[in-house]
Design a protein around this ligand. Structure first.
Ligand code: RUQ
Ligand code: CUA
Length: 662
């Protein structure tokens, strides 16, 4: 360990102590409004910038990851109001997600995920408002949310040969791929090898998830095996660097045990530089092997798919500036960000300016490609952009956002002079996001700091605390000004901030589009059919304000019950729920939607079903009964009593089953 590194570690440790001390102090005596040092005029200005009066709409959608809650949250900016939760990897009774047969099948038996990095689909390097891709770090999956209706439509995975899908999902400039990388290495293909053989028998991988340009359907395009480094964050090239992707690594030591020590030995780790078009070509030319059913490229056998470039000690984020020329790697254990030039990287690759290799992957000569190590401050993690030549980097240890100047630089520029401004955030910021901040056209007006700790910033809610997000104006006066603070469920990592004009979601599902074979559109079509031989009861239920048809479903104890419910409303916000008491079911059906719920009626008795989503003045009347008739007792509801039994509606719906409340 050299002196500079020791100095940095000492400084980091000192800063942690200082931050901790302040936090404890403020934890004992929380700040109250008025205690903050902010001039009245500044408070008024900030209030006006963030206040969205009742009935007005926000300017931006903020899609932020829900971390280990497995969900994605939607908020409006500048108000920071939470608007919606989009369940992705975790069942969510609020929208019935994970309770109906369709979404249950999509979840594949998992009940949680760890969402870190949402990425919007792009056309020509800017958001196109079609899809949002999110990763699951825990179970190695990627999900696609359709922004037409804000619903999860596909979950791909677990991705084979992939463990800890963290550096994910980075979307390329025309949504050719969502790119993913492994945080953990394991034996590939998955098998048992003792941990002692980690350095030689364990492997990481980066994967290109191919996206169908019309449907968004994901499939595995290619995979590149890597040494057992821990890949951290990724970024895709833009403009001149389009066709390439970058990932930071830590643990290039290939160590196990206490990584805080064992993986912090080297002064430099690596950024991977991947030519994904070369990977595509290699698969086309049959130069990939099939492992666990997917095409896998060994970079030692296929030169040109992957390179490594050194980066300061245990980096975290990597980001590409809007021009696509500068690649920025955050030091984490070094108080710098390293800026590389894409042109120089390309030249070094073309002229083979290599200093060695790792398992056959060439290591690019650092000195030939680096533009500057910018001394941003302690614990740099992630960088975003404003489109006006500035970069914004989160400083975890310093609890601050630093604004600094992007290249080009005059020869002999003093690195310190590149630091333009720092603003404190509360506390310990992870990611930050600016409007369209990872596209070719950042909007440059807002920045959201996603802070990991919120102690003392809100009413005391006991030991389990939310996270805090702070809204910063980065436009007025070309300076950063703190505007507002909001609290979020655990736990935002990255987010996307996209202008509302880019999105155009539907208001309800048009009836003509419902292709579900079990959809019904009139109470006359409602029916219950029991097959005594297979001991199955199938019901087609019609839901409208303010009744279910039928209002009665009779089954024999032990029957399998399948209920298809159509919400026949064709009006915005006329949502009906279908909760079954003591059967642990609640599905929610949006207007024009049909959903199916299935269960075994394993306890006899009478169990009400009722609408769980307050839909009209007679919402409370919207109910029915499932009669679970004990084994050996005769069912009475059906006409013929034997064989296939059918109950069809005879009475017209009561006239008073109202249509009030439009
Ligand atoms: S990481 S706090 Cu999971 Cu994106 Cu950087
Ligand atoms: Cu339907 Cu409440």
């Amino acid at each position: 360990m050299n002196n500079r590194t020791m100095g940095v570690i000492a400084a980091v440790a000192a800063a942690i102590v200082v931050v901790g001390w302040f936090a404890t102090r403020s934890g004992r005596r929380p700040a109250v409004p008025g205690e903050q040092v902010m001039a009245t005029a500044d408070v008024q200005a900030a209030a006006l910038r963030t206040y969205v009066k009742p009935g007005d709409l926000d300017e931006y959608y903020l899609f932020y990851s829900g971390g280990h809650s497995g969900q994605v949250y939607v908020a409006g900016v500048p108000s920071m109001r939470h608007i919606a939760t989009i369940p992705v990897f975790t069942p969510y009774p609020g929208t019935g997600y994970g309770f109906d047969e369709e979404t249950k099948a999509m979840l594949g038996g998992y009940t949680w995920g760890d969402v870190h990095h949402p990425a919007l689909s792009k056309t020509n390097g800017d958001y196109d408002g079609r899809w949002l891709f999110v990763n699951d770090n825990a179970n190695n999956r990627v999900a696609r949310i359709d922004l037409r209706d804000f619903k999860t439509k596909q979950i791909l995975g677990p991705i084979p040969n992939t463990m800890g899908n963290h550096g994910s999902s980075m979307v390329t400039d025309n949504t050719e791929y969502a790119l993913v990388a492994t945080r953990f290495s394991v034996p590939v293909p998955q098998r048992y090898e003792p941990l002692e053989d980690y350095a030689t028998k364990y492997k990481g991988a980066v994967t290109g998830i191919k996206i169908d340009p019309n449907t968004g359907e994901m499939s595995i395009g290619w995979q590149i095996l890597t040494p057992p480094f821990n890949w951290d964050l990724g970024a895709t090239g833009k403009g001149p660097s389009h066709g390439w992707a970058f990932w930071t690594s830590y643990n290039s030591e290939r160590a196990t045990g206490k990584l805080e020590v064992t993986a912090s030995q080297r002064d430099r780790d690596y950024v991977a530089v991947v030519d994904w078009r070369a990977a595509e070509r290699a698969v086309r030319e049959g130069r990939a092997r099939r492992i666990s059913g997917v095409p896998v490229i060994d970079p030692a056998e296929v030169p040109g798919v992957m390179y490594l470039v050194p980066c300061a000690k245990s980096p975290h984020g990597v980001d590409v500036d809007p021009s696509g020329e500068y690649i920025i790697c955050s030091g984490k254990l070094s108080p710098t960000v390293t800026v590389y030039s894409w042109q120089k990287l390309k030249q070094a690759i073309d002229s083979k300016a290599f200093t060695g290799h790792e398992d056959g992957i060439p290591v690019i000569d650092y000195d030939q490609v680096v533009v500057m190590e910018v001394p941003v401050g302690l614990g740099p993690l992630h960088t975003q952009f404003d489109g006006r030549g500035n970069a914004y980097t989160s400083l975890f240890v310093e609890s601050a956002v630093v604004k600094w100047k992007l290249p080009p630089y005059e020869p002999g520029t003093d690195p310190e002079s590149l630091i333009l401004q720092k603003i404190p955030v509360h506390f310990n910021i992870g990611h930050l996001v600016t409007a369209h901040g990872d596209t070719r056209n950042p909007r440059g007006d807002y920045l959201v700091a996603m802070n990991k700790l919120s102690k003392g910033r809100h009413l005391n809610v006991g030991p389990s605390l939310p996270e805090s997000s702070q809204l910063i104006d980065i436009k007025t006066g070309d300076r950063m000004t703190m505007l507002y603070e909001a609290f979020t469920e655990p736990e935002p990592h990255f987010a996307q901030l996209v202008h509302r004009d880019v999105l155009n979601p539907i208001e309800f599902y048009p009836k003509e589009e419902n292709r579900n074979p079990n959809a019904i559109w009139s109470p006359q079509e409602a029916r219950v059919v029991r097959n005594a031989r297979t001991r199955t009861v199938e019901a087609w239920v019609y839901a409208i304000r303010t009744y279910f048809e039928p209002g009665r479903i009779q089954v024999q104890e032990g029957d399998t019950v399948i209920i298809h419910i159509t919400n026949a409303e064709q009006q915005r916000d006329e949502i009906h729920g279908f909760g079954i008491a003591e059967y642990n079911k609640n599905i929610v059906i949006d207007p024009g939607e049909t959903k199916t719920v299935k269960f075994v009626a394993d306890k006899y008795g009478v169990y009400p079903y009722y609408c769980t989503n307050f839909c009209s003045a007679l919402h409370q009347e919207m109910q029915g009964y499932i009669e679970v008739v004990p084994r050996g007792m005769r069912l009475t509801m059906y006409d013929n009593g034997e064989g296939e039994m059918r109950f069809e509606r005879r009475e017209p719906a009561l006239a008073m089953a109202g249509h009030e409340g439009h």
